[in-house]
Design a protein around this ligand. Sequence first.
Ligand SMILES: Cc1cc2nc3c(=O)[nH]c(=O)nc-3n(C[C@H](O)[C@H](O)[C@H](O)COP(=O)(O)OP(=O)(O)OC[C@H]3O[C@@H](n4cnc5c(N)ncnc54)[C@H](O)[C@@H]3O)c2cc1C
Length: 358
Amino acid sequence: MILGAGLAGLSLADALQEHTERILVLDTRGIGAGASGTPVGMINPATGRRGKKVWHVEKALPSIHQSLQSAASFADQPLYVRKGILRPARDQEMADEMHKRYRKSEWPPGWCYWLTEKEIQQFHPGIHCVSGGLWLPVGMAVRVPNYLQALARKFADQNGEIRIRPSYTYHSYRDSYWQISTDRDEKIKTRKLVFASGAGVLKETIWEWVPLNAVKGQVAQFKFEHPLPFGHSISSKGYLAHTDQHHLTVGSTYEHNYEDGQPNEKGLARLTDIMHSILPELSESGTLERQWAGFRVSSDDHKPVLGPHPTLKNIFLFTGLGSKGLLHGKYLGELLAKHLVKGGTLPEKVNISRFNRP
Ligand SMILES: Cc1cc2nc3c(=O)[nH]c(=O)nc-3n(C[C@H](O)[C@H](O)[C@H](O)COP(=O)(O)OP(=O)(O)OC[C@H]3O[C@@H](n4cnc5c(N)ncnc54)[C@H](O)[C@@H]3O)c2cc1C
């Protein structure tokens, strides 16, 4: 059984279906009710202000791309656009760091290019850029909730089951099983229990020794009356994700201190500022169509966390996807599925065993 129907839980469920038949996903709130509810997410292979090549991106990118393609037949509208991501440097320091990192990294052919400031201005007239930046033609923008709904339909089509139960308890049962008792008086027995419950993991005492934190993020979607004259997405300090000619999704705030999980005026002001600082020559300001906020879960070393609980038998964790739930969710879901079914090894960098239980 998997707890949580977000990118982690549904990616794992999808991967497990290739190995085993009976999988149940249980969520307290609904499909994509957590961080995976972000309206549009980017698949960006070079992240942060330095444009660092993402860990295991050579395997992770084909994995999510293939998953998006196979989920597309269960969706009623396009799930993603693959028109690339432009990463103009915002200032000289950022340009120097990005360029240095670019020269040190080995990229698969056609994945990443360094463009001079002049080339970036030719590519996207009017964009704010200092001394050049990266062009990633393989970058994508994804309608995340639609992708999750399509994954859920695919899962159900192959006899998978998702139940929404606001409240439940779990306890060990006959040594190697777990029993979940729900608010509907169901008693569900499972051999393996995987926690993929996003920020919900931080409330579980059995995982409190794992160094995880939740950072609030807010995004805003703007609608433009006239078609925007470009198709790619942009990531600088903040991002503009682009899935159709009339919308930009602007992200994101990173809030370590917050009062609640709701979007607010301060966040909106920051996002409006991001949009205009990246594209100072936008001919219209766009109408605010929607705001959204959620919590990203990250570990202290900013790498995902997966694997078995060190002392409780048959209990597993899959979390810490941070800002890369799309890139890493499917790839790591596949690795964890192999681990659960065949005992496959998990890479050290993401293995929960790197943290010591006090
Ligand atoms: C503002 C913002 C922008 C982002 N932009 C991007 C982006 O551009 N690209 C990208 O790749 N990633 C992005 N991310 C990160 C991405 O959304 C996350 O990495 C990913 O969604 C995490 O997935 P998850 O399944 O681990 O957690 P979640 O999506 O939070 O899913 C957890 C699920 O568990 C459920 N749950 C909670 N408690 C329990 C419980 N006790 N029992 C059962 N179920 C429970 C919740 O209801 C939820 O459905 C962004 C995140 C934010 C907040």
